[in-house]
Design a protein around this ligand. Structure first.
Ligand code: NDP
Length: 483
């Protein structure tokens, strides 16, 4: 893998994919191919095949998967086995078919048999029964490892598989329904601290021993393997030390600053008594973990507070933790939008642009955004300011002010950014953003679309989006005001 390699990080928005992307950028790899699930559903073999055909990645980090904690795995076994099989089959097969030089696949320590000698050596795979809740996920992961080994045997394909222990770090999933034990404990201790709750309940007896690897260490190890390892055998990736759940809870409680009691709920299952990976193979390749558990949890807690903080509130003073609102960060002024579009462009993403007053959102708008999103990688919406709507449409408009209109637009999955403009037309905005695709409803013609000449002269295209019949803001307002 060299600086010019075309590197596909599958699942780059996830915990692991995000860390691998950061590590690659820090190491000077710029030619990254990144697609989120809305752009490229990797469980669809045809979509994966087309992507590989068009983009010819030379190196693939396969970090896209359906992942979750005990609760999620217990309640959705069919999704865990099927989606993981689909994703890995599509990607491994397309990578081989389109000549990728190397692919790294990620298993998980839970694929080893349930009761097994510790620390777990790589040759223990398939030597005993699997843990019941994990078995569906584990079987899919084992199938991925075997597929890679089979491709090496039959086609000489350079696929390698690594088996990480439990991971944690910035970007972790803190949703209590689906998260792993470490982020769940961080969240529960934090919430208990800010609400002044006297106790935190920890599931199970607290006795099981678990190993945790910081995701930035994992990413560093993945780059090390991509550069230095090309063999059939799977490789464990861990930190070499484990800790009981009771000790972990007490460490997190101290870092968070929780002063109440820790109580065990022994009605909840413990899972396997111990799960520590033997890391001799990785050590022999010259790699070891560098981030201590205390440092790593501190950084993760900091990230959690920052990401869940409401603007204007100091860190850690909230009484109620919410997920990050979907609108956060999407609404920007022009300079913010230009920074974002420059970063997207650097990632090789195509930028779309649509504009309008969007007084009252209706299905016609949703359809236009959907068609626009299908024609680009990131969609920017230019929104007429209140003054410009009044000027264009008359004193009774807009129905909703620009803040409300921007918030609604930013909550839409197909919209990636919203910028308000004060002029009557978005021409200046279009010239600044230089979109690859300019989108307007098909009631306009190519000639009447503001900015069409500029976009086309710069190699872009104009998309006249199909209209949905029966929806119009003017008619809706007429209906509302007709008595
Ligand atoms: P995350 O859930 O954080 O990330 C998974 C990523 O995969 C997400 O970005 C998700 O996209 C993407 N994805 C899921 N389905 C599809 C799809 N059909 N098409 C395209 N993208 C898809 O998981 P992690 O980063 O934690 O895990 C990554 C890998 O690391 C997995 O293989 C996992 O087994 C392994 N691993 C993880 C451990 C952990 O503790 N987290 C431990 C050991 C191994 P979207 O955001 O849109 O859902």
């Amino acid at each position: 893998m060299d600086r010019d390699s075309r590197i596909f990080v599958a699942g780059h928005r996830g915990l692991v994919g995000g860390a691998i992307t950061r590590a690659l950028r820090n190491a000077g790899y710029e030619n990254l191919l990144l697609r989120d699930r809305a752009e490229l559903d990797l469980s669809n073999p045809e979509a994966a095949n087309t992507f590989f055909h068009e983009n010819q990645p030379s190196h693939v980090f396969l970090a896209a998967a359906k992942v979750g904690g005990v609760h999620a795995k217990r309640s959705k076994p069919a999704e865990f086995i099927e989606e993981n099989l689909r994703i890995q089959n599509s990607v491994i097969s397309a990578a081989h078919r389109h000549g990728a030089e190397k692919l790294l696949f990620l298993g998980s320590s839970c694929i080893y048999p349930n009761f097994i000698e510790q620390p777990i050596e790589e040759h223990s795979l398939l030597t005993g029964p699997l843990e019941e809740t994990n078995q569906w996920y584990a079987i899919a992961k084992i199938a991925g490892i075997k597929m890679i080994q089979a491709y090496r045997k039959q086609y000489g394909f350079s696929g390698i598989s690594a088996i990480p222990s439990n991971l944690y770090g910035p970007g972790d999933n803190f949703d209590l329904e689906t998260s792993g034990v470490l982020p769940a404990l961080i969240r529960r201790f934090h919430e208990a601290k800010v609400t002044g709750a006297p106790e935190v309940v920890v599931w199970g007896s607290g006795k099981p021993m678990r190993e945790f690897l910081h995701v930035d260490d994992l990413a560093d190890a993945c780059l090390h393997l991509m550069r230095n390892y090309d063999e059939d055998d799977i490789i464990n990736l861990g930190c070499g030390e484990d800790i009981s759940i009771t000790e972990l809870a007490s460490l997190i409680g101290n870092i968070v600053g929780f002063e109440g009691r820790i109580v065990n709920d022994t009605s909840m299952p413990d899972g396997p008594p111990r799960r520590l990976l033997d890391i001799d193979r990785m050590a022999a390749l010259g790699w070891c973990a560098k981030i201590t558990l205390t440092e790593g949890i501190k950084a993760t807690y900091q990230w959690y507070i920052e990401t869940n903080r409401t603007e204007g509130e100091p860190n850690g003073t909230r009484t109620h933790i919410e997920k990050v609102p979907p609108t956060r960060g999407k609404i920007s002024d022009l300079s913010g939008i230009l920074n974002r579009t420059a970063a997207w462009r650097a990632d090789g993403l195509r930028i779309g642009f649509a504009n309008g007053c969007f007084d009252i959102l209706h299905p016609g708008h949703i359809s236009l955004f959907h068609q626009a999103q299908a024609a680009c990688d990131r969609l920017v919406v230019g929104l007429n300011s209140d003054i410009s709507v009044k000027h264009l449409k008359g004193p009774g408009r807009p129905v909703n002010d620009e803040k409300s209109r921007a918030t609604l637009l930013a909550a839409l999955g197909d919209v990636d950014a919203v910028v308000v403009f004060v002029e009557d037309t978005p021409l200046e905005l279009i010239e600044a953003i230089r979109p690859d695709v300019l989108v307007k409803g098909a009631d306009y013609s190519g000639k009447t679309v503001v900015g069409a000449d500029f976009v086309q002269a710069n190699g872009g295209t104009v998309l006249l989006a199909r209209l949905e019949e029966g929806h119009s803001t003017t008619n809706t307002i007429k209906r509302l005001t007709s008595g």
